[in-house]
Ligand binder design. Sequence first.
Ligand code: GDP
Length: 436
Amino acid sequence: MSIIAGISTPIGNGAISIVRMSGEGALEVALRFFTCKKLRNQEIMPNYMYLGTFSGSNFKDKCLFVYFKAPKTYTGEDLVEFHLHGGVTVTQKVLHTLLENGAKMSGNGEFTRRAFLNGKISLDEAEGVLGLINAESETEISASFSVMQGNVSKRIRPIADKLLSVISMLEAWFDYPEEMEDDINTDFFPTIRDIQSNLEKLLATANQGRMVRNGVSVALVGKPNVGKSSILNAFLREERAIVTDIPGTTRDTIAESVIYKGVRINLLDTAGIRKSNDIVEQKGIERSINAVKKADIILYILDGALGEEPTLDLVKEGARGKIYYVNNKIDKGNSNPNYINVSALTKEGIDELLELIIKEVGNKRMYGEMLTIDRHIDAVANALKSINNVLNNMGVSYDCMLVDLKDALQSLLEIDGGTASEKIIDDIFSRFCVGK
Ligand code: GDP
């Protein structure tokens, strides 16, 4: 593979900027421009930092230089890094010098893509790296770190191995039936059931895994004027949604995110659910119903000052998440032991409500066991579908069974990249920045 070069730090003035180069011959290109007293009569040692000078055609910078020797490097190839003074111009000039001397500009995520192609990391681990770079909350960091450490492949591999053993056995049975001693029916159905149960267990973590990674989505619903916007603002601790005394002002759903104790909470403030002749408001009401359907948690806000009781059956409206009844305005009314009592005005009970919400993501120690990335969840769901087909077709057609078993294996191996299409791989690496 050719030599690639890229700037690995964000473009802008800073203390340090790093230019990286990977590929066979990268060291030779680098040493045309990097000089250091220590290196005069000595061969460069890998993994050591050298302080020296980068001399371009009409500029110089004092820098640190490090050489990582293949194959024990991030990309699996020879890799070099210049740690420069973090100026935009000097960094770009160093990059251009390398590009003019044999390196080619790296594409998005090309260093990590090479790590994948050279077998240094699996595709799911690369997604962990991406997740870690983009993480906005502590739970996202923990979940991404776990994916990056290979926890997903670790769980998938034994299942894929079992599948492979069944497929090999069936194929052998097809090819050499006379040499197979056991009856086809008896031997491997327990294994397939076992695979099914393992996939089901994995898939059962997906809901919580999605919350760990993307945040807990919370819909605030209730009649107009009960204090939905005020509670949202209390969560955000600032005035963002419009709060007024006129019923029906929150016509649109508002999406805001707040990080509470490391957990991202995605809030959907919704138009009050009630009958309305106003077209715009009706649209908002439709969106409330959609928000109710999508939310992991629904806060049904009641006006405690009026002693309001719930009138709407949210399950009938399509709610799938947990429903909490929240009695607001307790500064003006009575608290009710059947509900969660809060006051958006005095903030009483607001932290307790946030605690209830973040409890939904579960314990930190469990993050490593969850499926958190949609692509992995879809792949496991597809594999399970194929396995269910196998069990439904039991004894009907062994040909069909074999096809479904292979489909299941294909789905599972997509996760670590073994059978992932170029399109999937392109899509993943296009989301990285250039120097990563
Ligand atoms: P929404 O229509 O459900 O979003 O309700 P708003 O948040 O716009 O609030 C409606 C009215 O109730 C506003 O005048 C708020 O100031 C008031 N309000 C909201 N929460 C409280 C509360 O906890 N205590 C009191 N006393 N008033 C509140």
